[in-house]
Design a protein around this ligand. Structure first.
Ligand code: GTP
Ligand code: MG
Length: 422
């Protein structure tokens, strides 16, 4: 059924790279943690035994270092449990950012509509709860949300600053991408806010991928380009995808192939020549011509088993739905690779240095105890030597005394015999 193509079912997910790596690194840190606890117990035992003695096998500083590793490992495991892949969506207002996210999540989670709809940052993240809830920055008490309508009115009634963040905790059971640890961040149109720098500092520094949702009916705007120039200045080689959205509308126009080529040329120039985040060849895999509206409706119908009515899909929709799925494939490979590197590389380095320092501390214990053993051995040998000498002296002395007595006895015998004779 072509209407339901590109629905993301039945393929091995590239995101598993991140999910599995996170599990592996967590297991490794659990092992390091167990090892540190074992070493700490051992060290404490050695310190307790050595108290009051003259010889010190482990210095108090080294014992403290070992104990400190326990807290460090717990800290890393805590950060690790919160590590995830993060994708941020940007673009001018009404280009379809919220619709793209809904299509990827296969559910109408975010409010979308004509006009300026999203008026602050909205983050969608997975939750183990079966109920959806909402978290605002001013409280850590989640509020229940029953529907998109309710969410939309909650968002519009609250007086929110443009760079405020609202977190939607959505049941992981309902969505594969959330289950696989992706966090989606929707933003207000970049044309509505003048304060892009504070946006970047507050919301983008930990992003793994940026998706620019552009309107295919026009060329990339200067505000859109400026934003990515600013991002590029703060992050080295950010991963950027460009979605030429609303392609269902544009494709009806004349000379569409020419328009498409023009978009490809401009976007390649922007990504490869101006931003220099990819080379010209790779740039092809970063630009997609899609219709988020069609992707969303066809997926919603597909999931409820109702065929998508003809009138909601424009002619040629198959290619656009394919292209949307193609974007998702490339996006998933990119985000999982990038997140594994940026998120786990620093933990790996930390883990390596902790095990090295631990090893050095243990080596110090080993060398000191060897030196002490050697010293004791030497003292014992010296004592044995002295005893040996003493025995020999005694032996000599005994033999001398015996000889003297013999001579004396013989002398006495002789004297007695001569006296008797006389
Ligand atoms: P703001 O939150 O206001 O910045 O807008 P946004 O970028 O989130 O856009 P949103 O997803 O709210 O979409 C705006 C309008 O465009 C909605 O009515 C969507 O249904 C519609 N729309 C989104 N994507 C497409 C598309 O690919 N084709 C068509 N024809 N309409 C679309
Ligand atoms: Mg929006």
């Amino acid at each position: 059924n072509l209407r339901n193509l590109g629905n993301g079912h039945g393929r091995e997910s590239a995101l598993q790279l991140f999910v599995q790596a996170k599990k592996r690194i967590n297991d490794i840190f659990k092992d390091i943690g167990d090892y540190v606890t074992e070493v700490d117990t051992f060290v404490k035992g050695v310190v307790a035994k050595g108290k009051g003695g003259e010889e010190e096998i482990i210095s108090p500083q080294n014992a403290e270092v070992v104990e400190g590793f326990k807290a460090k490992i717990d800290g890393i495991r805590e950060v690790l449990s919160r590590d995830h892949m993060k994708v941020v969506f940007f673009g001018r207002t009404s280009n379809g950012k919220s619709t793209v996210i809904n299509a990827m999540l296969r559910e109408k989670i975010l409010p979308s509509g004509i006009g300026h709809t999203t008026n602050c940052f909205i983050q969608v993240e997975g939750s183990d709860n079966e109920e959806a809830s909402l978290l605002t920055e001013d409280s850590n008490q989640p509020k229940n949300i029953q529907s998109v309508k309710q969410l939309a009115s909650a968002l519009s009634s609250a007086k929110l600053k443009e760079n405020a963040l609202i977190r939607i905790l959505w049941p992981k059971s309902k969505c594969r991408l959330l289950r696989e640890d992706i966090i989606f961040l929707d933003s207000p149109g970049i044309d509505v806010s003048p304060d892009l720098d504070s946006w970047i500092d507050k919301h983008c520094l930990d992003a793994d991928v940026f998706v620019l949702v552009a309107n295919a009916e026009s060329t990339l705007m200067q505000t859109e380009k400026n934003f990515f120039h600013k991002v590029s200045a703060r992050l080295s080689k950010p991963n950027i995808f460009v979605l030429q959205n609303r392609w269902d509308v544009s494709e009806m126009e004349e000379d569409i192939d020419k328009v498409k080529q023009q978009h490809i040329d401009y976007n390649t120039q922007f990504l490869a020549d101006q931003l220099q985040v990819v080379d010209r060849r790779e740039a092809k895999d970063r630009v997609f011509f899609v219709s988020a509206r069609e992707a969303l409706v066809s997926r919603l119908h597909n999931d409820t088993g109702i065929p998508t009515p003809d009138r909601v899909l424009m002619p040629g929709f198959q290619a656009r739905i394919f292209e949307f799925a193609n974007f998702e494939n490339k996006f998933e490979v990119c985000i999982s690779k990038s997140a594994v590197k940026t998120k786990f590389e620093q933990h790996t380095d930390r883990g390596k240095s902790i095990t090295c320092e631990l090893r050095a501390a243990m080596e110090q214990v080993y060398t000191t105890s060897n030196e002490l053993q050697e010293k004791q051995h030497q003292v014992q040998q010296e004592r044995a030597h002295e005893l040996d000498f003493l025995v020999k002296q005694l032996d000599l002395l005994t033999r001398e005394v015996k000889e003297k007595i013999k001579v004396m006895v013989e002398d006495v015998e002789r004297k007695v015999a001569s006296a008797l004779n006389d």
